[in-house]
Design a binder for this molecule. Structure first.
Ligand code: FAD
Length: 454
């Protein structure tokens, strides 16, 4: 079986690696000059920065297993334990996010009235049938204020989206399951914990993932480099696929490779590219399918790194902070990168990584680099009291950064799956459909390995 994978981000790379291990003849075509897609680690002036994703949460074993198969599991590094502390900018100042129900009762993260309303979660009614926005779901369960502050911040940290537009079923499927089963999320979580304890006496069963925020010792690129090494010449960079057609029982691809036009044949083709690229390639074959795929919106986002000299300020505490939309500030949040991963800043240097834009402020991503650095410095000064002069800055603008799983996403993806299934030997993977994080991409790519190997 010959398989051509289009796109050399973590999805395509994981798939290629898994298929080769099962004996398939694989070619991976990547348009860019390097592999890794959104994952891009840079090393400059004593800082290790991430242009795209910053970390992953060790919540399920797929990434560890992949790393082990590449001989780099020992290079996974958990965040500093202090990174468990997180902050929210709300009602004019940074406030610590409580880490337990008793701490929540004592904390000032929400005004008293909003905390009392949250207690009413126990009496929430089940949802009406059909998809619902995250905001509507939040208001039903925890009330308006907690939705504006907590629910909005939670999604901002992952989707940089619009809480009124995101689909709760697509972005937080587990909470919808809990509601279906138990009506109240609080009751559901309590019962699930009790069941877990009953099923497995302490100390028994497979070791659980740590749940820690993690990266690799040299940044996330370590994973990309190991996958690239394992694939060798099977992964071709500078190879942009420009056309796709069905021929006989297989596929023909038009490829522009280092300025030359070429044609390639394959039994199976996998599109591991952003949904809008996949839509462009499929449009001449299937207008309806392409239109559905193009309907997946992407939020633009800018990543601004600011580095500071050792001793220029006390190191910031915890993982970082998020800013709910209702505060009307110009940053979405900040990662205290050097406190979270101290090895990413040499000799006591300090690194802040700020996110700007998202679905609610796409205009800000259009600013030039200098304006973005100025904006972030102003916001850090006002929100976190950072007045020191940076010794380093770096700006990355993602015009189409993060796919938005808006209301209707689950139906859209089901229809896309149906459309793709009509084309023998055509497959999709990537972060546009069934999970936007690195881990989701790896899980999905691995399940596609099983499907294809079968
Ligand atoms: C700013 C930012 C922060 C993020 N933070 C996190 C985080 O902290 N943790 C986390 O888990 N996830 C995070 N994510 C999401 C994560 O980066 C993605 O889920 C993941 O990297 C997507 O991988 P992918 O392979 O599906 O797609 P991509 O990385 O987009 O790869 C697609 C590849 O296809 C190539 N391509 C496009 N067109 C063609 C063509 N015609 N022919 C050949 N190749 C083509 C592209 O060049 C690209 O390399 C973040 C994303 C962004 C943008």
């Amino acid at each position: 079986m010959s398989v051509v994978i289009i796109g050399g981000g973590v999805s395509g790379l994981t798939l290629a690696h898994g298929l080769r291990a099962r004996g398939a003849e694989v070619t991976l075509l990547e348009a860019g000059a390097r592999l890794g897609g959104n994952i891009q680690t840079r090393k400059r002036e004593g800082f290790i920065t991430e242009a795209g994703p910053n970390s992953f949460v060790d919540r399920e074993p797929s990434l560890r297993e992949l790393a082990a198969s590449l001989g780099i599991e020992g290079r996974i590094r958990a965040a500093d334990p202090g990174a468990k502390r997180r902050y929210l900018y709300t009602r004019g100042k940074l406030r610590a996010l409580p880490m337990s129900p008793p701490a929540f009762l004592k904390s000032d993260i929400l005004p008293l009235g909003a905390k009392l309303r949250m207690a009413g979660e126990l009496f929430t009614r089940r949802a009406p049938e059909g998809d619902e926005s995250l905001a509507a779901f939040g208001r039903r369960h925890v009330g308006k204020v907690a939705t504006e502050v907590l629910v909005d911040a939670m999604q901002t940290g992952i989707y940089a989206g619009d809480v009124e537009a995101l689909s709760v079923g697509a972005v937080f499927p587990r909470v919808v399951e809990l509601e279906k089963k138990h009506r109240s999320l609080v009751l559901g979580m309590a019962r699930a914990r009790a069941e877990e304890r009953k099923a497995l006496p302490p100390g028994e069963g497979a070791p659980k993932p740590s749940g820690a925020v993690c990266s690799f010792d040299g940044g996330l690129e370590v994973l990309v480099e190991a996958l690239a090494r394992a694939l060798g010449p099977a992964a071709r960079t500078g190879a942009r696929v420009t056309g796709l057609r069905r021929e006989g029982t297989g596929w023909k691809l038009a490829v522009e490779e280092h300025g030359r036009q070429a044609e390639l044949e394959a039994d199976q083709v996998v599109l591991a590219v952003p949904a809008y690229v996949a839509a462009g390639l499929l449009r001449p074959l299937d207008e309806k399918l392409a239109t559905r795929m193009e309907g997946i919106a992407y939020a633009p986002i800018a990543v601004v790194h600011l580095g500071f000299a050792p001793g220029s300020m006390p190191p910031p505490d915890g993982f970082g902070f998020l800013v709910p939309t209702v505060e009307r500030r110009r940053i979405l949040g900040t990662i205290h990168a050097s406190s979270t991963f101290p090895w990413r800043a040499e000799g006591g240097r300090i690194l802040y990584t700020c996110m700007v834009g998202g679905a609610k402020r796409p205009d800000l991503v259009e600013l030039d680099e200098e304006a973005l650095v100025t904006l972030v410095r102003e916001e850090l000064r006002e929100l976190a009291g950072v007045t020191a002069e940076p010794i380093f800055s770096e700006v990355i603008q993602w015009k189409r950064g993060i796919p938005q799983y808006n209301v209707g996403h689950l139906d859209r993806v089901a229809a896309i799956d149906e459309g793709v299934a009509r084309w023998p030997g055509l497959h999709l993977t990537g972060n546009a459909y069934k999970g936007i994080g690195i881990l989701d991409c790896i899980v999905h790519a691995k399940s596609l390995v099983d499907t294809l190997a079968r």
